[in-house]
Ligand binder design. Structure first.
Ligand code: CP
Length: 467
């Protein structure tokens, strides 16, 4: 079965299931491998155009979305409210409709008004991703925060996380609370009475006003910025007093006698909510959060675009008749080197390489596509090398990766097309691992079906013996 998100837009963590979040994490795991290799780009969103529309300032979110989109080979347009026609009175829907008239498929939007992303999603056909809507939600920040805790501590479930500071004006706080709770963590908020909304305890969150007690309770401390730009009245006497009572510093941490994981979504006000010696210490994962932001945003874009791909692929019904398969849901050109087709039972995917040479570049793309197919739950993969005459060592390594992935997921990796490449592979496979070879794609399909039948018979015999 293909794994898909339960939503078409990412408007808030509120709309995601635990399974959605775990799927995003597994996809991000695979993309982290991709963005750490020498060739960082994959062609997954080659025909998708994405508009990044920012009505509020941003450094991390804007840059990491743009980087994520470029890593996926999407076309990107950027829009900032300053310098646009918004200052001449143009409405949000009119602004976005004008951008969509330029054939944009996805919109990433940050806006100062809570609910702006939801409003937009109701009015336009493109997928909408909320990059922060006022004091409401910042879903990708919460996802990257939870992903960073999982990376640092091995799991999120059972961890005790305290979110410290300006909870009242923070979209990061609400999204974090919802995300961490869905993943089974315990959450506490800590700050001055004036900056903690009364409804917090109704969310099942512990409330503490003494930072020392909060730190003694938790495994992870997520320090938030005081959002002076959203504060219409004075919520505390002075920044100096706030920092004395709620600022994290070395003396305080040394006093609690245990090691905590320190987080901050950024931007940091050094010396206010956190001192430099703590922000830059070995216990701080602040820069890991930024790095993981790219992988998480790649995963979100990829998964939303993937659903879109399946909708659009119905248009191409029957495109791959030469393989005598009954394609229904997905038959698509992945990029100029590869052609993907999927049978209607989703039992196997056929990758046909168009290029004569399976060289380093194509091998890198093939590897990342295989990783993604594996993440998506495709067990049986047929690699059709009929048109490939040459295969260098990186090409062979890509093929062995595919073989390994299929074996790990109890699927079959079958190579078809008799050529010098395949003959060379036979020799290599004797040195390394067994490869399944077939003359044509139809033979490969027969082989997969027969193997499946044999497995069923073996299972039945085993069951009968046990009984
Ligand atoms: N964490 C965060 O949203 O940062 P930016 O405002 O710089 O995007």
């Amino acid at each position: 079965m293909i794994e898909q998100l339960s939503v078409q837009h990412l408007l808030g963590i509120k709309d995601l299931t635990k399974e959605d979040i775990e799927l995003i994490f597994r996809t991000a795991d695979n993309f982290k491998d991709v963005i750490n290799r020498p060739i960082k780009k994959v062609p997954s969103l080659r025909d998708i155009t994405i508009a990044n529309i920012f009505f509020e300032n941003s450094t991390r979110t804007k840059l990491s979305f743009e980087l994520a989109e470029k890593r996926l080979s999407a076309d990107v347009v950027n829009f900032s409210a300053s310098g646009s026609s918004v200052s001449k009175g143009e409405t949000l829907v009119d602004t976005v409709n004008n951008i969509l008239a330029m054939k944009v498929d996805m919109v990433v939007m940050r806006h100062p008004k809570p609910g702006a992303a939801m409003f937009l999603a109701r009015h336009i056909k493109a997928n909408v991703i909320n990059a922060g809507d006022g004091t409401h939600e910042h879903p990708t920040q919460a996802l990257l925060d939870a992903f960073s805790i999982r990376e640092k501590l091995g799991r999120v479930e059972g961890q005790k996380v305290v979110i410290v500071g300006d909870i009242l004006h923070s979209r990061v706080a609400l999204s974090n609370i919802l995300c961490l709770q869905k993943l089974g963590a315990e959450v506490m908020v800590c700050g001055p009475v004036t900056l903690i909304p009364k409804y917090m305890s109704s969310l099942g969150v512990k409330v503490e006003h003494d930072l020392k007690k909060a730190l003694a309770w938790c495994d992870v401390a997520n320090m938030l910025r005081i959002q002076l730009e959203r504060q219409d009245i004075r919520y505390f006497p002075s920044l100096r007093e706030y920092s004395m009572l709620y600022g994290l510093n070395k003396r305080l941490l040394d006093g609690i006698g245990k090691q905590l994981v320190i987080m901050h979504p950024g931007p940091i006000n050094r010396g206010v909510e956190i001192t430099s010696d703590i922000a830059d210490s070995e216990h701080s994962i602040i820069l890991n959060q930024v790095e993981n932001g790219v992988a998480i945003r790649i995963a979100v874009l990829f998964l939303l675009a993937h659903m879109r791909g399946f909708e659009q692929s119905n248009v191409n019904k029957g495109f791959c008749k030469d393989l005598h398969l009954h394609f229904s849901r997905a038959t698509f050109e992945k990029n100029r080197y590869m052609h993907f087709s999927l049978d209607k039972t989703e039992k196997y995917v056929v990758i046909k390489l168009h290029e004569q040479k399976l060289n380093t570049l194509i091998a890198a793309e093939l590897k990342s596509e295989l990783l993604l197919l594996n993440t998506q739950g495709f067990n049986n993969i047929i690699l059709d090398l009929e048109e490939s005459l040459y295969c260098d060592s990186s090409g062979l390594s890509a093929i062995l990766v595919g073989n390994r992935l299929c074996r790990n997921s109890s699927g079959l990796f079958v190579i078809t097309g008799l050529s010098d490449t395949v003959m060379k592979l036979v020799q290599i496979s004797q040195l390394d691992q067994v490869l399944n070879l077939a003359l044509t794609a139809n033979d490969a399909i027969d082989f997969i079906n027969e193997t499946e039948e044999e497995r069923k018979i073996e299972d039945k015999i085993e069951k009968n013996i046990k009984e």
